[in-house]
Design a protein around this ligand. Structure first.
Ligand code: GLP
Length: 235
């Protein structure tokens, strides 16, 4: 694993965009695994700026997002589909038909998990998977558990995750308690993994990447990934 510490969130965002940008330049039709949350916002801004300036071309890029809340339709401003459309897809020249997220409002979630697993596999797994990390060590919505869930699955969110995500909702009772997430299998099959973490995540980053590999800290599995880079900002 490669651990890079940078001074600020701005530097983290620029560096993450450099790495993702290099992936797009090397393989214009690459599959990018993408994440939501506050952490990637700066990275997405940088990518959008580079696309606007003509330095990057997303016209052949395919994207697969990690996760989605259960029960939210894509047009719900709290959904991850909405977040991605607002913060990245509408700002780069990606073909919307090539952008994929699990459908949290599917009538049959079991079938939806199978569909999404097959879709990600059919695309040949991500060339590069971008990840944030939860304060409890979750990646995607793979919460601390007894084992590492390998496939796309639905999950009951941990209380701490619901609390952390409630900052983005008007009322705490609006925060979904269930989500659908890519499993650890797809993340580990990505050719390259890039995890970005702000200064508030220093403690969990230390635990995940310098402690034991355990499903109680899901991100710790990345210690076994063949090409994982972690960028941590000091402020
Ligand atoms: C959310 C997402 C994760 C994200 C994490 C951290 O629950 N499902 O993919 O990495 O929380 O979010 P943030 O970057 O806002 O701290």
């Amino acid at each position: 694993m490669k651990m890079i510490q940078v001074e600020s969130y701005e530097k983290l965002s620029r560096l993450a965009a450099d790495i993702i940008g290099a992936q797009v330049l090397l393989k214009p039709s690459c599959v990018l695994g993408l994440a939501t949350g506050s952490s990637p916002l700066g990275t997405y801004e940088n990518l959008a700026a580079r696309c606007r300036e003509g330095l990057l071309d997303f016209s052949q890029v395919r994207t697969v997002n990690l996760d989605e809340y259960c029960g939210l339709t894509p047009d719900n401003p709290q959904s991850y589909r909405y977040f991605m459309d607002q913060n990245l897809f509408s700002k780069v020249n990606v073909d919307p038909a090539n952008t994929h997220l699990p459908n949290g409002a599917a009538p049959d979630m079991e079938a939806e998990c199978e569909r999404y697993e097959a879709l990600v596999e059919g695309l040949g797994w991500p060339d590069l998977q971008l990840l944030g990390i939860g304060h409890n060590g979750h990646i995607g919505f793979n919460e601390p558990a007894e084992d590492f869930p390998t496939r796309v699955h639905t999950v009951r969110l941990a209380e701490s995750t619901i609390r952390a995500n409630s900052r983005l909702f008007d009322r705490p009772e609006d925060v979904p308690t269930m989500a659908v997430t890519m499993g650890i299998g797809a993340i580990m099959k990505a050719r390259r993994v890039l995890l970005i973490a702000g200064a508030d995540k220093a403690e969990i980053v230390e635990k995940a990447f310098h402690g034991p590999v355990t499903p109680q800290v899901p991100a710790s599995i990345l210690q076994l990934h063949r090409d994982a880079t972690v960028i941590l900002s000091r402020s």
